[in-house]
Design a protein around this ligand. Structure first.
Ligand SMILES: Nc1ncnc2c1ncn2[C@@H]1O[C@H](COP(=O)(O)OP(=O)(O)OP(=O)(O)O)[C@@H](O)[C@H]1O
Ligand SMILES: Nc1ccn([C@@H]2O[C@H](COP(=O)(O)O)[C@@H](O)[C@H]2O)c(=O)n1
Length: 223
């Protein structure tokens, strides 16, 4: 059972995917974490992230390893645990520029496909291009959406007491990242034609999880 969950930032992809995978005994892959990890590596090695040619030339050098246990997902680069540093503002601001480079996407897509192929008894993979590009033959594709306001409110609640930028600034940053991710040339953020769209604006996280679990179970029963 291969499930692809895509959607813009803050729609609940990670929370939903992890919970669905845990409930159904599937593996879990956060592909955003992989793009964040390669971005962290570029910054750490002084690669100019405004220079796509420099990013392309370095794209094959980082060794990214993702752990797919939904109750304890892990991510390392060249053996270093980068779970925390990939969530910094510095990485978040740079990730769309790095993920737009075709050589980066080719490398990470290959890695994602090999992880999905080896996952027993199946996997929930979340990202931006899973249904359209990475796993076009997935058994189930879900596209989560939510209003920009709801997504910003969720994110600023999460950042409170840390580097909270305020609701407006958070909303603007989300919109900028979504615009960059949706308009890049190579595998942009998009809903696959055969994906089930779920608008989460008015739903609790538990309701979204239940909805996706039901969709998976229907597929498993051949409905
Ligand atoms: N339906 C929901 N109602 C309220 N809060 C939610 C809902 N879904 C997710 N959240 C909360 O919103 C925040 C963002 O969720 P999550 O990280 O799962 O989104 P995402 O789509 O994976 O974001 P990104 O693409 O930026 O990684 C989390 O704090 C999560 O608990
Ligand atoms: N399939 C994907 C997943 C992610 N990206 C890029 O990574 C960024 C971070 O993703 P998060 O889910 O951790 O917020 C995202 O903004 C994209 O630039 C991608 O391109 N494809």
């Amino acid at each position: 059972m291969i499930v692809g969950i895509d959607g813009p930032s803050g729609t609940g992809k990670s929370s939903t995917s992890k919970a669905v995978a845990a409930k159904l005994g599937l593996r879990y892959l956060d592909t955003g974490a992989q793009y964040r990890a390669i971005t962290w590596w570029m910054l750490h090695h002084g690669i100019d992230i405004k220079d796509p040619a420099a990013i392309a030339a370095a794209a094959g050098r980082a060794e990214i390893v993702s752990g797919t246990d939904p109750s304890a997902p892990t991510i390392t680069v060249d053996g270093t645990d980068v779970a925390a540093p990939i969530r910094t503002q510095e990485v978040t601001s740079a990730v769309s520029a790095v993920s737009a480079v075709p050589e980066v996407r080719a490398r990470i897509t290959e890695l994602q496909r090999s992880i999905a192929k080896e996952a027993v008894p199946g996997i929930v993979v979340e990202g931006r291009d899973i249904g359209t590009t990475v796993l076009p033959d997935a058994d189930l594709k879900v596209f989560l959406t939510a209003s920009e306001e709801a997504r910003a409110a969720r994110r600023s609640g999460e950042l409170k007491g840390k580097d909270a930028a305020g609701l407006k600034a958070t909303q603007e940053a989300l919109a900028r990242r979504d615009a960059a991710d949706s308009t890049r040339k190579t595998s942009p953020l998009a809903k696959a034609g055969d994906a089930v769209e779920v608008d989460t604006t008015e739903l609790t996280l538990e309701q979204v999880i239940e909805c996706v679990v039901t969709l998976v179970e229907e597929k498993q029963q051949g409905r």
